[in-house]
Design a protein around this ligand. Structure first.
Ligand code: HEM
Length: 388
């Protein structure tokens, strides 16, 4: 069974997923200490089954993880109904399709400005890092606008978020755990201060909205932090992994360039082809059976989204990148009650980034082999050197 820390596995986990899927839809992974669903049907069942929930257990020792635990205990992602329902309702209209559709021109303008920076960097230095110039700043700017995070504070969000999400990986060393709590403490303090300011001086932003919803102060802080983290951690990697995939399959890059009408299917295909979020855990609240595999009450099972995304039962030639693919529905945004609330916004951001790239840098190509981040659950690149 795969080792999530093995660089060869991380480089290309898909052959191992195919091998496992050919044997059975669900396996016990002793190293991870849980069952893993690797077929599309089984992963989908894990996400939708009402006997499987996101049941939060505090990181321990509790006194070492006060802020980290506060953020997660009060997060809608880590709760089930009725708490989940109440917390999700507080932000659902802000992220509804109609609402985010109005952001499309602003997002397109932002993407265009960032691509101008990329064009200038390439002209000045011969190559540039697309992750740093576009993939990272675009989603951070968009979610920061929605919460009206002051411009000067925005550079702090990414390091905080990156440190906290390392806790979702397996086998994190003690130094990483310390860094995660440190980041959580600073993030909580920052949000408490910002929420206090908005309470005194309300604005037309999401933090002000949260203060008027039926939420405790800790829930306001946790929801705002969740949005600031979820708002960019996955999107940056779809743009990074996606552009890398397109540049390694120039025929697909050319196809998209010649026919930008393919943008909607291309966005879905890039999320499917190299999933930015590989795994989500659930805990059984009763004895459950998934594809014939028994999960006893209290035990865990994970949906392997990266494996589900290459299931030949759902996607013809699943290892082929096809920007015009229409068949099959990927699980990249999850399924069931925790289905990604940011999906409409993420689609607009990824589409805007790709549109600006094909238009402004039609001859884009890799300048060097990108370096990969050494994590499994959040799959992404460290850099993406490009030239044109
Ligand atoms: C392409 C980018 C994105 C991907 C692939 C993605 C993926 C996901 C997935 C798979 C889940 C479900 C987790 C589970 O079932 O355990 C989720 C939940 C969530 N996502 Fe996203 N996401 C993306 C972008 C965003 C953005 C831009 C935002 C915020 C504006 C966001 C906010 C959330 C929130 C708040 C939840 C929790 C929903 C709940 O628990 O009810 N995501 N996302």
């Amino acid at each position: 069974m795969f080792d999530p820390g093995d660089p060869a596995f991380l480089d290309d986990p898909y052959p191992e997923f195919a091998r496992l899927r050919a044997q059975a839809p669900v396996h016990q992974h002793d190293g991870l200490g849980l069952a893993i669903a690797v077929s599309h049907a089984a992963a989908s069942a894990v996400l939708r089954h009402r006997g499987l929930g996101r049941i939060w257990t505090d990181a321990s020792p509790a006194e070492q993880f006060v802020s980290f635990n506060l953020l997660h205990r009060n997060s809608l992602l880590e709760n089930e109904p009725p708490v989940h329902t109440r917390l999700r309702r507080s932000i659902s209209s802000a992220f509804g399709r109609g609402h985010v559709e109005r952001l499309r021109p602003t997002v397109a303008k932002l993407a265009d400005e960032l691509v101008t920076g990329l064009v200038n960097d390439i002209a000045a230095h011969g190559s540039a890092d697309l992750l740093e110039a576009l993939a990272q700043p675009l989603p951070v700017a968009v979610i920061s606008e929605l919460l009206d995070v002051p411009e000067a504070d925005r550079p702090r969000l990414v390091p905080w978020s990156n440190a906290i999400v390392k806790m979702y990986e397996y086998g994190l060393p003690e130094s990483g755990r310390v860094a995660a709590e440190h980041a959580a403490t600073e993030f909580v303090a920052f949000l408490r201060e910002l929420a206090g300011r908005r309470r005194r001086e309300p604005g037309a932003d999401l933090i002000t909205d949260l203060l008027h919803a039926d939420l405790s102060e800790d829930e306001v802080v946790a929801t705002a932090v969740l949005l600031l983290m979820a708002g960019h951690e996955a999107t940056v990697n779809v743009i990074g992994n996606g552009v890398r995939a397109l540049l390694r399959h120039p025929d697909q890059w050319h196809r998209l360039r010649e026919d930008p009408g393919l943008m909607p299917t291309a966005v879905e295909e890039l999320i499917r082809f190299d999933a930015p979020l590989q795994l989500f855990e659930r805990t059984a609240t009763e004895d459950v059976e998934i594809a014939g595999f028994r999960v006893a009450r209290g035990e865990k099972i994970a949906a392997l989204l990266g494996a589900a995304a290459r299931d030949p039962e759902v996607f013809a030639d699943p290892d082929t990148l096809d920007v015009g693919r229409t068949e099959g529905t990927h699980l990249g945004f999850g399924a069931g009650i925790h289905y990604c609330i940011g999906a409409p916004l993420a689609r607009i951001e990824i589409g805007a980034a790709l549109s600006a790239l094909v238009r402004r840098l039609p001859e884009l190509r890799l300048a060097a082999e990108p370096r990969r981040r050494p994590e499994f659950v959040i799959r992404g690149l460290r850099n993406l050197p490009v030239t044109a």
